[in-house]
Design a binder for this molecule. Structure first.
Ligand code: ATP
Ligand code: MG
Length: 636
């Protein structure tokens, strides 16, 4: 992502807003307690801030970054800061802008994935990619794997794409590439074909000029390990590292950091072992526990004052987490008033639960609580449905954070068109829209094209170009395909002359997509047309098409900031690092939360991670927390 683009998606927070939060650029230490001050002024050598929820870790990290610049210890381009939420990134960038103006752009700021993507675009050729590579999402990943599973004659019902994806991702998150797996017994998993599937999958990604999420880090590791000069350049330039939520880093991220952090060891990590909730995605809590060994001479600072939650909320969370065996243990206190006790609510079924919670919400609204200070946090994404239905029914504005706008069918179709324009070899995207809207290209034709392309070892796009010169396809199909290909070439030219938003509008019109929706004349079709307009609006704040596509490939669940005055609906995982006046925690039934699957798979380890998730949920609340469960839940 270019600096400019990164800057654009991080909206501006005014100086006033920062001051309201007790942040003053003339006095970085204002409104910090003694331990926080120590952490902010400890600028040399490794530093770990290890403390519980709401103790100001993220605030310390941001203030420390400001202090690095203010004292002249580092310039923005010398600093790499990894944040978990967009909100934190926004705050960091704004503080920086207040301190040093537009120079703030050169900071390496973002998630691990977005920073790694930025590096990979610079050196893509080294790993056999072009710099305009596409970052595929988990759905595309599964689609690709499904094809490979079929080619290998495996039973797709038994060996699901999901399972293979999980296996490959878990290796990648550990920093293992095919070369590493090949040397181990693991390659014999999946009826002896795991190694081959992994290898074929990687080759297929390369031929499509695509990467999956984990590849961003893995390719970085290859580039750094095989090219000392490049690694040394980064080590020389980036002198200070700041990492938020360190307890949820995975092995690949850890290895990446270990390579980059230069001999001066200026790394500051903040985290909380009690909030490690991404074990299922490869996070290794051991990273934070090992910090002092990994970075010699490390200073460890603990923060004990919680500034977020009222006393009852904090005590309940502390009590709950104390049942976990494997934890460092810490004492947390608050000088806040007792506040309200946590409410525990029993309901008959899911619909009643949504009704009752919405009544609670209306009461809060009547008392003056703002929409965006209210959140409903669920264990699993689908559990937002009851709440969405209820909120729509009674007209409460809400926003599902994470269950993304970008996952809607029409949005993904539009994005597939854009992806092919940017990179015509993106088979996954082309396959998605080759017959959307309908242009007479059936599954038989697609099979012919794919088979031909595979044999010739070329992309589907090139395969079509060659096939339309032969008699393999019916004349009608040939005409359709020829005009589609021509159209893509025209759009590729248009990029040079049109703004990306104008181009997007043109593509949706000229592809016939808009026309086909208009023809449907249903409410659903109207909504979709509205969504497409919204998509073009969203694109406007990006510099170009490529920047926009990169952004949407990388948005993290919790990244969408909610400034629009809407209730937030999201998963507990996505809520990490955030805070709200009132938090509703529904669906706490045994089996659902704690998740039976997690316990079945990992036993006590799984149960403890579920408990940490509950701890994260409760500690998002500043003043009000309500936990509810249903006696009779009907899962569809
Ligand atoms: P989490 O573990 O959930 O990520 P955290 O430790 O990162 O939490 P922050 O989000 O930085 O905590 O801070 C929690 C809240 O406390 C924020 O609203 C922050 O502005 C406020 N806060 C932090 N330090 C202080 C302080 N010294 N005085 C007053 N408020 C503070
Ligand atoms: Mg935080």
């Amino acid at each position: 992502m270019s600096d400019n683009i990164q800057n654009q998606f991080i909206n501006f927070i005014s100086k006033k807003e920062l001051e309201k939060k007790g942040i003053n650029e003339n006095n970085i230490f204002l409104n910090l307690n003694k331990n926080q001050k120590d952490a902010v002024s400890c600028l040399d050598g490794p530093l770990l801030v290890l403390s519980g929820a709401g103790t100001g870790k993220t605030r310390v990290l941001t203030s420390r970054l400001a202090n690095l610049l203010k004292t002249g210890k580092a310039r923005p381009s010398n600093i790499l800061a990894v944040t978990f939420t967009n909100k934190a990134a926004k705050e960091m960038r704004n503080r920086l802008e207040l301190l040093i103006g537009p120079d703030a752009n050169s900071l390496w700021l973002g998630t691990f994935h977005s920073i790694a993507a930025r590096i990979l675009r610079q050196y893509a050729e080294i790993v056999g990619l072009k710099s305009n590579f596409t970052i595929i999402n988990p759905d595309d990943q599964k689609k690709l794997l499904k094809e490979l599973i079929v080619i290998e004659n495996l039973d797709e019902k038994k060996i699901t794409p999901q399972y293979v994806a999980h296996l490959i991702n878990s290796w990648k998150d550990k920093g293992l590439s095919y070369g590493d797996i090949e040397k181990t017994e693991k390659k014999y998993l999946i009826e002896g074909k795991a190694g081959k599937l992994f290898d074929d999958y990687q080759k297929r990604l390369l031929s499509l000029n695509c990467v999956d999420f984990a590849d961003l880090l893995l390719h970085n590791l290859v580039i750094f390990r095989q090219n000392r000069d490049i690694l040394e350049k980064f080590q020389k330039n980036i002198t200070h590292f700041l990492i938020d939520e360190y307890q949820d880093t995975n092995t690949a991220q850890y290895l990446w950091l270990k390579l980059l952090v230069n001999s001066n060891n200026n790394i500051c990590c903040v985290g909380d072992d009690d909030q490690s909730i991404y074990g299922w995605r490869g996070a290794d809590i051991g990273n934070i526990l090992r910090f002092e060994k990994d970075f010699s001479g490390a200073e460890v600072i603990r923060l004990e004052e919680n500034y977020r939650s009222s006393k009852y909320i904090l005590n309940s969370a502390n009590n709950l987490i104390s049942f976990n065996q494997s934890r460092l243990g810490k004492s947390l206190k608050t000088s806040a008033t007792s506040g309200e006790k946590i409410t525990l609510m029993s309901t008959g079924d899911g619909a009643e639960e949504a009704r009752k919670i919405s009544t609670h919400i209306e009461n809060l609204l009547n008392k003056g609580v703002k929409f965006n200070e209210i959140a409903v946090l669920v264990r699993a994404g689908y559990q937002t449905r009851n709440f969405e239905e209820r909120f729509v029914q009674i007209g409460l504005p809400y926003k599902v954070i994470g269950a993304k706008f970008y996952e809607r069918q029409e949005i993904r179709d539009a994005i597939a068109y854009f992806r092919v324009i940017l990179q015509q070899n993106d088979d996954l995207a082309l396959e998605r829209i080759i017959n959307v809207p309908k242009r007479g290209i059936g599954s038989q034709t697609l099979r012919t094209i794919k088979k031909y392309s595979r044999l010739e070892n070329i992309s589907i796009f090139n395969g079509i170009e060659q096939l339309i010169l032969t008699d393999e396809l019916r004349p009608g199909v040939k005409i359709s395909l020829e005009s589609l290909i021509k159209q893509f070439y025209i759009w590729q030219e248009d990029i040079k002359n049109l703004s990306h938003t104008d181009l997007a509008g043109k593509v949706l019109e000229e592809s016939g997509y808009v026309f086909s929706l208009q023809n449907e004349k249903s409410i659903d079709a109207e909504n979709r047309l509205e969504n497409l307009k919204e998509l073009i609006n969203a694109m406007a704040s990006f510099e170009n098409l490529a920047g926009f596509i990169e952004h949407i490939s990388l948005v993290n669940d919790g990244e969408n900031s909610n400034i629009d005055g809407e209730i937030s609906l999201m998963t507990l995982h996505a809520a990490k690092g955030l805070e709200f006046d009132a938090v509703f925690l529904p669906c706490w039934e045994e089996g659902s939360f704690p998740s039976q699957r997690s316990i079945d798979e990992k036993g006590i380890v799984g149960l403890e991670e579920e408990r940490r998730l509950a701890y994260v949920g409760i500690t998002r609340a500043k003043k009000i927390a309500l936990i509810s469960f249903s006696m009779n839940r009907f899962y569809q």
